[in-house]
Write a protein that binds this ligand. Structure first.
Ligand code: FPP
Length: 253
């Protein structure tokens, strides 16, 4: 299915909503969590990985099939070199430590974002994780790393333009579904819910194309404190919303 395919729970007023198929999360607040405890920011990121592990465990139990998390943005390069290096180290350690288990549990791992610019060892590890889990279908974990929504859209435009130049794509045939195939999220359905922790109310360049119809859920909790219960609260909030996708609500006609 194309990345911009129909949302999971289409139809106005059609009774209780099913579990969201795809949850995307901006994991924010690691720095504030650490500061409040007099710890270095990197300690907040380390605890953030623990929160990610809890969330990856809880999500399939709640009926979620796809989880996409924002781990490192193209803007995060502006942070101090030591913090950037700590985040790269955490990605490497996470994949090295958890890949075997996730693979055996049927989890497919994909890393969204610009692969160029990643240190060679990390790019190789990411390739290996994607290759070794490529046939898994029980759960889909997408890690956005060196990711920016605008940058992803620009790369997709370049790919589409290349396809046109090669004579493989008729510009008039480029619709939303076809364009979605050029994005890093090709084959992944759009997120139904986009959660941001830490009380900030911004998208911060995350999944700009894909989140067009996502329910936005903003939570005060700092990411290192996030767990299955917090995920349940986010889903309860999603269930409280009426998703109309531009149509009228059932009683309005
Ligand atoms: C935002 O908190 C969080 C990040 C920039 C990084 C998110 C990373 C993790 C949760 C751990 C890494 C996981 C992997 C798989 C690499 P912030 O530092 O902006 O917090 P603040 O707004 O409180 O300063």
């Amino acid at each position: 299915m194309a990345g911009s395919g129909a949302p999971a729970s289409e139809g106005a007023g059609a009774g209780p909503l099913p579990a969201p198929r795809h949850v995307a999360i901006i994991m924010d607040g690691n720095g504030r969590w650490a500061k409040a405890r007099g710890l270095p920011r990197a300690a907040g990121h380390e605890r953030g990985v623990e929160a990610l592990r809890r969330t990856v465990e809880a999500a399939p139990e709640l009926g979620i099939k796809y989880l996409t998390v924002f781990s490192f943005s193209t803007e995060n390069w502006r942070r101090p070199a030591a913090e950037v290096s700590a985040l790269f180290g955490l990605l490497k350690a996470y994949v090295q430590r958890d890949l075997k288990r996730l693979a055996s549990e049927g989890v497919r791992i994909r890393v969204l974002g610009r692969r160029e610019g990643l240190p060679r060892d990390i790019a190789a590890l990411v390739d290996k994780a994607e290759r070794e889990t490529a046939h898994n279908t029980s759960f889909y974990l997408n890690i956005a790393f060196n990711y920016g929504g605008r940058e992803e859209i620009l790369r997709a435009v370049q790919k589409a333009a290349d396809a046109v130049a090669r004579g493989e794509l008729d510009p008039a045939a480029l619709d939303e579904a076809r364009f979605g195939d050029f994005l890093d999220t090709a084959g992944i359905p759009d997120p139904d819910v986009l959660v941001r922790t830490s009380g900030e109310y911004r998208l911060s360049n995350f999944l700009l194309w894909q989140a067009a119809y996502a329910e936005l859920v903003f939570m005060d909790i700092l990411w290192p404190d996030f767990d299955g219960e917090a995920l349940k609260r986010a889903i309860a909030e999603y269930h409280n919303r009426e998703r109309r996708f531009g149509a009228l609500s059932s009683g309005a006609a």
